[in-house]
Design a protein around this ligand. Structure first.
Ligand code: DGL
Length: 264
């Protein structure tokens, strides 16, 4: 049975893998984290497109039946231009998260937070406006959230004051729904919630992405129906020990099979 391919700029995409494990336990999964070149969130569109094509070609060498782009930056900045050039289905994280947010909002005010690349691309705004032009979107880039999440500084005065500063425009706009538009932000849910208040719904697209992947595989008749546990293999472009030590926090379980590759 052919595996599902997943890639991200680094470790953050494991938040999506965690949901894929939950919703598709029988599927084989190959993950590629481009740890040698992370972060993508501050890089130019041309560079993110080039890296993304290389990552897709790497996964295609493993004969994947679908590619899940776990990275919000890639999904926003690169995916619209490259998706049509490949025959394999490619699923990004923007549309599934937006659908849930548009469904959730009551006051038609949605906040979007992500890397600078994601926010500057306005990919979320465009997708939201396509579904409902009446919705007002307030976006904020929160680049320091990524290193805080990787360091495991998920609470305390430092991250709380960073969160308060970044989230002020979103809070002032009186949004009732916020899209966590970056792989790392689900780890910071408690501090984000504390800063925005309990009444604001936080949308973590990972679960919706897993549901979308399952739907597409079912449509294509490509679901693995055999009742066995899926095999999972993780590749990185740098330092497996760092990846292994941080991965557990993102995945919720230890990583067993990590290998360094020189695909780039
Ligand atoms: N994976 C990236 C994202 O979801 C965050 C880390 C990076 O900047 O590469 O946008």
């Amino acid at each position: 049975m052919r595996p599902i391919g997943v890639f991200d700029s680094g470790v953050g995409g494991l938040t999506v893998v965690k949901e894929l494990f939950r919703h598709l336990p029988g599927e084989d999964i190959i993950y590629f984290g481009d740890t040698a070149r992370v972060p993508y969130g501050i890089k130019s569109r041309e560079t993110v497109i080039r890296f993304s094509i290389e990552n897709i070609l790497f996964l295609l060498k493993h004969d994947v039946k679908l590619i899940c782009v776990a990275c919000n930056t890639v999904s926003s900045v690169a995916l619209p231009s490259i998706k049509g050039h490949f025959r394999v289905p490619i699923v990004g994280v923007i549309a599934p998260g937006v659908r849930e947010a548009v469904y959730a909002t009551r006051n038609k005010r949605i906040g979007v937070i992500g890397t600078r690349g994601t926010i500057d691309s306005r990919a979320y705004d465009k997708e939201i406006k396509q579904l409902d032009p009446a919705i007002k979107v307030t976006a904020a880039a929160c680049p320091l959230f990524v290193p805080f999440a990787e360091e495991g500084w998920l609470e305390g005065s430092e991250i709380s004051s960073v969160a308060a500063k970044y989230l002020k425009p979103v809070k002032d706009a009186k949004v009732d729904t916020v899209i966590l538009g970056c792989t790392h932000y689900p780890l910071l849910k408690p501090v984000i919630k504390k800063s925005l208040g309990d009444d604001v719904a936080l949308i973590d697209s990972a679960k919706q992405v897993a549901i979308e992947v399952k739907k597409i595989l079912a449509q294509e008749g490509a679901l693995n129906n055999k009742s066995r546990e899926g095999r999972h293999k993780f590749y990185v472009s740098d330092n497996t020990s760092w990846f292994g030590s941080v991965a557990g926090r993102f995945l919720g379980s230890p990583l067993l099979d990590v290998e360094k590759v020189n695909n780039v």
